[in-house]
Design a binder for this molecule. Structure first.
Ligand code: ZN
Length: 123
């Protein structure tokens, strides 16, 4: 891959990583037991005794945050994997057919693991 392009994509990945980590930190914390795992903070913590209606609202909020946390966590993992690949100089290779992933695709989704064709087949 073109070094200049790779550098550009690496910057993009690093920025995205920062942003995702910040977003996740606002409502989740890193799991001390499992690397790469995040735990959604339960809204009760530190709140003390609250009104029952308020409690129900908080549970609802928590349930909404769970899938969001999961999504962000998976993206963050993909981004970290992509950065790892750049380090090992195997970045931009499709995990399906081992061919190069289209540059256009990487510019939109720099953490892509599959080329357009394989991505379509999977979906
Ligand atoms: Zn492929």
């Amino acid at each position: 891959m073109d070094k200049k392009l790779q550098k550009k994509l690496k910057n993009k990945l690093e920025q995205e990583k920062k942003k995702l980590t910040k977003d996740l930190s606002s409502f989740a914390r890193k799991d001390p037991e499992i690397k790469g795992n995040w735990l959604t903070k339960f809204p009760f913590f530190g709140v003390g005794r609250s009104h029952q209606d308020e409690t129900a609202e908080k549970i609802e909020e928590y349930e909404k945050l769970l899938p969001l946390e999961h999504d962000l966590e998976l993206r963050l993992r993909d981004i970290e994997e992509a950065l790892e690949k750049i380090k090992k100089d195997v970045y931009g290779k499709c995990e399906g057919c081992q061919k190069k992933i289209e540059t256009k695709r990487l510019e939109v989704v720099p953490e892509a693991k599959l080329c357009l064709k394989c991505g379509k087949e999977k979906a």
